[in-house]
Design a protein around this ligand. Structure first.
Ligand SMILES: NC(=O)c1ccc[n+]([C@@H]2O[C@H](COP(=O)([O-])OP(=O)(O)OC[C@H]3O[C@@H](n4cnc5c(N)ncnc54)[C@H](OP(=O)(O)O)[C@@H]3O)[C@@H](O)[C@H]2O)c1
Length: 286
């Protein structure tokens, strides 16, 4: 698969999002392992996870442990795989999501992620979501401390607006390599962050690129121009969506979530789809 750049590291142009394998509706572990192995077989070298991808309060880091286990049991080479995790979001076990962006908490969360991933330094550590109770500068300062301590190799932010991207870049300098925001045919309001990342040369990782776990299968019905271009190219609307994102900028690296080998194989194949400028413009204006 052709590659794109996150900081100093080349990764596949499409990554694997791990969330569907660990939150509500997740499959048996064996199917998740098969999904991660199918991604690796397809040439995917970016896996997005988070300590908060779990259900019960007693299984924090379910997805990180799953990814570590799948990498350990894979028959092929895994040295080139960048595992990107996150801290700062929590799941108390009641189905909800809470925040903690305090520096002390982020230090502890990173230590726990290091243990679960079984590495000396995390390849890419992302501050999951701004915590309104903690000044953004303080949370990002904690991420900078993790970089200085060598616990993380590269830093990213998520759910950030343009001002927060600029603030993070001032604090982290070249250590800030990625921004992960929601972006899909249904949710386009991160276009300004995408453009800023393009300008700054920072990777932009669209999350829920297919509209999210519950909506991905219905994309053809909700976004008919994507279905129409899919018919023209003998592809699926989901593949057209990923190809459309890749065409937006060389900094874009979508991370579609998957819990089945078939879907991640189909997503990986989207890198080979060529959209015409007329098709891109039609989708942009849909
Ligand atoms: N930073 C954040 O705040 C944040 C928030 C949400 C998500 N994320 C990250 O972004 C990733 C992606 O988002 P998401 O998982 O919420 O939603 P998504 O990628 O929009 O949709 C995921 C669903 O799409 C289906 N799918 C994947 N590829 C497909 C294909 N080629 N054709 C048809 N269906 C396909 C999968 O079905 P199957 O399950 O049947 O395989 C999966 O359940 C997450 O996994 C997570 O890593 C980050």
């Amino acid at each position: 698969m052709y590659q794109r750049q996150i900081g100093d590291t080349k990764v596949s142009a499409i990554g694997l999002g791990g969330m569907p394998m660990s939150i509500e509706g997740r499959p048996e572990q064996s199917r998740s392992i098969a999904t991660i192995h199918a991604a690796l077989d397809a040439g995917i070298t970016l896996i997005d996870t988070a300590d908060a991808y779990h259900i019960g309060a007693d299984e924090v880091g379910h997805n990180e442990s799953l990814v570590a286990s799948a990498l350990a049991s894979y028959g092929g080479a895994t040295a080139e795989v960048l595992v990107a995790t996150k801290g700062g979001h929590l799941r108390p076990g009641d189905g909800g999501w809470t925040l903690n962006g305090s520096p002390d908490y982020l230090q502890q969360a990173c230590d726990a992620s290091l243990r679960r991933l079984g590495v000396d330094a995390i390849g890419l550590y992302q501050f999951h979501r701004p915590d309104p109770k903690v000044p953004y500068e303080d949370s990002i300062g904690a991420i900078r401390d993790l970089l200085y301590a060598g616990k993380i190799r590269m830093a990213g932010i998520s759910n950030a607006d343009p001002q927060q991207i600029r603030t993070a870049q001032q604090i982290l300098g070249n250590g800030l390599v990625s921004v992960q925001n929601q972006f899909s045919p249904a949710f386009r309001s991160s276009e300004s962050e995408l453009q800023l990342c393009d300008e700054l040369g920072i990777a932009f990782l669209p999350w829920s690129p297919l509209g999210g776990i519950k909506n991905a299968a219905g994309l053809a019905g909700t976004h008919q121009p994507f279905a129409q271009v899919a018919r023209e190219l003998d592809a699926t609307p989901q593949q057209v969506t990923l190809a459309w994102m890749l065409a937006k900028s060389a900094v874009v690296i979508p991370i579609p979530g998957s819990s089945r080998p078939e879907t991640i194989r189909a997503s990986a194949a989207a890198v080979d789809l060529q959209l015409t400028s007329e098709q891109i413009s039609r989708l942009d204006h849909s």
